[in-house]
Design a protein around this ligand. Sequence first.
Ligand code: FO1
Length: 324
Amino acid sequence: MADRADPRVVLLAGGVGGARLAHGLQANLGDRLTVVVNTADDIERHGLLVCPDHDTVMYTLAGIDNRDWGWGIAGETFAAAEMMAGYGEESWFRLGDRDLATHVVRTSRLRDGMRLTDVLLGLQVSLGLRARILAMTDEPVRTEVRTDAGWLDFQTYFVRLHQEPDVRELRYRGLDDARVTPEVVDAFERADAIVIGPSNPFLSIAPILGVRGMREAIDAARARGGRVLAMSGIVGGKAIKGPADRILASLGHETSAVGVARQYRGLVETFVIDDVDAALEPAIRALGLDVIVADTIMADDAARARVAGVLLDAIGVLGSGLTA
Ligand code: FO1
């Protein structure tokens, strides 16, 4: 049942930007927040499954995230990584000791036959999360980027090559066989609002929207009066973090909040942009979107809760259309 003061929200998120908004929303909503996270950045390292976007959101919601790096665990040590490098193992993708525990336990439970969704929820419960983070699908999906040097797996591009190559094309290996999970469908069915976080539209959000059944679930939520909003991760023509601005440019899109808004046209009805981009409001309204202009920079916990509050006010004012 809709509770305008305290709606159920589903957030679609990738890495750092999505994690910060999730943290602010969890502060407001607790267990009425569900995050559907991108798993196409996942990677096998040393025989272990690493889920960077999930783990970034999980550590952030648990309050143990490394604030300086935007990934990994605060106060992390790297004794195991140094020992593995000593054995001649590749070390460009740095795995801390506590982070390794996550990958060991996750991989072990997957090998025991548990579904990815259930493995991830189990880790979250152990870390005391109030919100839930759902894998976008239980099937493996892997983002690959085509550069002038050919196709690269995502983490090789993102970490090993420090996002230097220009991205000419993207593909998401395995996406055609990926289906939404019952948990994701249930979360959308109960949602008063769906928020697309300020994550990279191509690297983080596109894989989520590409999972079979995801757009239908969002359309069904809207048909029931649920609200669908998105927040721009591009502020003043720049990505807050990560390569979104450069990828927008190299894929031929406008590197601005308008360029991002175009990616969500027809899917969302309200688009949130930063004060810095207030002059872009008419251009975004011309796309048929309502626009909210606010300070969207989430530099600390108070800012995270404040930005989440802007979204919840919009949802509350917009109402969910469902009967009280
Ligand atoms: N990012 C880096 O720039 N360097 C790393 O060595 C690195 C290791 C790493 C290990 C686990 C993990 O969950 C994330 C890690 N990341 C690292 C960040 C990761 O590449 C990005 O957070 C996402 O894939 C992009 O959203």
